[in-house]
Design a protein around this ligand. Structure first.
Ligand SMILES: NC(=O)c1ccc[n+]([C@@H]2O[C@H](COP(=O)([O-])OP(=O)(O)OC[C@H]3O[C@@H](n4cnc5c(N)ncnc54)[C@H](OP(=O)(O)O)[C@@H]3O)[C@@H](O)[C@H]2O)c1
Length: 343
């Protein structure tokens, strides 16, 4: 149970150089804030972990404002409204959106991804951060709109054990892709990808020669590549795309996200000579279609066509220690911290 009069917080103590560490954050206790016009006071219940949180810790911040020293760490989360000065939110509403590592967060209904009021549901609340959250929705819009996967396609998904990749694989299969190949780190994770996501084959990016394996597994080339990794993997993938192939840039896990500047692929002339379509995805652009994506994902879940995997750790005190694990080998699926139960 969170304290009722104290607001526990994890504040950014220093800007990490290289890999993020738990020591980059400092525990603090503050008063519970009071909302003013347009604000909503949310009690935190769950925090979701995303690799892109590391980029928010750079001076630049990437695609969002950087987190400043002394500020609570930003996170996607689920909470319950405890006071509201916005008519769009009622006390007791369960909401999902941008929160921060504190028991009580002042949030607003505007911004790039407004707080979503969650509908009553018969699945675990935490799924709104996974299959119905950033990972699932990005996988859905990435496979359907970004890559336009169709029956008969050969599709490759990198980081296929991840919250996003594991669902991208399954959505591609649900849409009738002929063959879906995933990449994962190590034998056990490769097995997981095949058994749990229905991936046809997994390539171990740590020990396999990606180029040789792709030549063997996709002699007729790749039609669509869902890229969560960037770096050398993207470079190699470009050489295996079919003419008019589609590439979706979703993430750059191989970079570690320590800097906003990254090295682009050296095989980029393949984009020209094979007339590839390379497209990015950022869920903010789909903010008006989130309900549509969640509805389709929900239907597939009910039909038993999507396996949902999450790893839930409990306890506010663990918030900083979990962040580095995003880059050092986490368990498959969505990593979530449970902070409190709803009323
Ligand atoms: N553009 C958007 O709107 C958007 C939305 C959601 C996510 N993303 C991005 O999509 C990517 C995946 O997100 P996620 O939510 O699925 O993350 P996740 O659950 O943390 O999974 C990340 C995966 O990356 C793999 N990985 C880590 N380091 C790697 C490396 N050096 N080379 C290859 N694979 C590596 C890990 O695979 P193993 O455990 O098998 O090693 C892990 O499964 C991230 O880059 C994230 O920032 C973008």
């Amino acid at each position: 149970m969170p304290p009722s009069t104290v607001n526990r917080q994890w504040l950014l103590e220093r800007r990490p150089v290289g890999a993020v560490a738990a020591e980059d954050f400092r525990f603090n206790e503050a008063d519970i804030p009071v909302p003013t016009d347009g604000e909503v006071l949310v009690r935190s219940l769950y925090f979701g972990y995303d690799a892109s949180q590391r980029i928010w810790l750079t001076d630049d911040g990437g695609y969002m404002e950087p987190i400043r020293i002394g500020e609570p760490m930003r996170t996607m989360g689920i909470g319950q409204v405890v006071a509201s000065r916005d008519p769009g939110y009622q006390v007791g509403d369960l909401v999902e959106g941008f929160l921060s590592w504190q028991d009580y967060v002042l949030a607003r209904g505007d911004g790039p991804m407004p707080l979503r009021v969650l509908p009553p549901a018969d699945h675990p609340l935490s799924w709104h951060l996974g299959v119905f959250g950033v990972g699932g929705l990005t996988a859905y819009f990435g496979i359907t709109d970004g890559l336009q996967v169709k029956p008969g396609d050969t599709v490759v998904v990198s980081a296929a054990t991840g919250a996003t990749g594991s669902l991208a694989v399954q959505i591609a299969k649900a849409l009738g892709a002929k063959r879906v190949i995933g990449t994962a780190g190590g034998e056990e994770k490769c097995r997981w990808v095949v058994e749990k996501t229905g991936c046809d084959v997994a390539i171990d990016y740590k020990t396999d020669n990606l180029d040789a394996r792709l030549r063997e597994l996709c002699p007729d080339g790749v039609d669509a590549y869902f890229d969560n990794v960037g770096g050398d993997m993207l470079d190699t993938m470009l050489l295996h795309m079919n003419p008019l192939g589609r590439v979706l840039i979703c993430g750059a896990m191989s970079s570690g996200y320590c800097d906003v500047k990254m090295q682009g692929p050296s095989n980029y002339m393949r984009i020209c000579t094979y007339q590839l379509t390379v497209r990015g995805i950022l869920l903010f652009f789909y903010r008006d279609r989130l309900a549509e994506g969640a509805a389709q994902l929900g239907e597939w879940v009910r039909e038993g066509r999507l396996h949902v995997e999450e790893h839930v750790v409990e306890g506010f005190e663990h918030a900083p220690a979990l962040l580095p694990t995003m880059f050092t080998g986490k368990q498959p699926g969505k990593l979530i911290l449970k902070v409190a139960d709803p009323d």
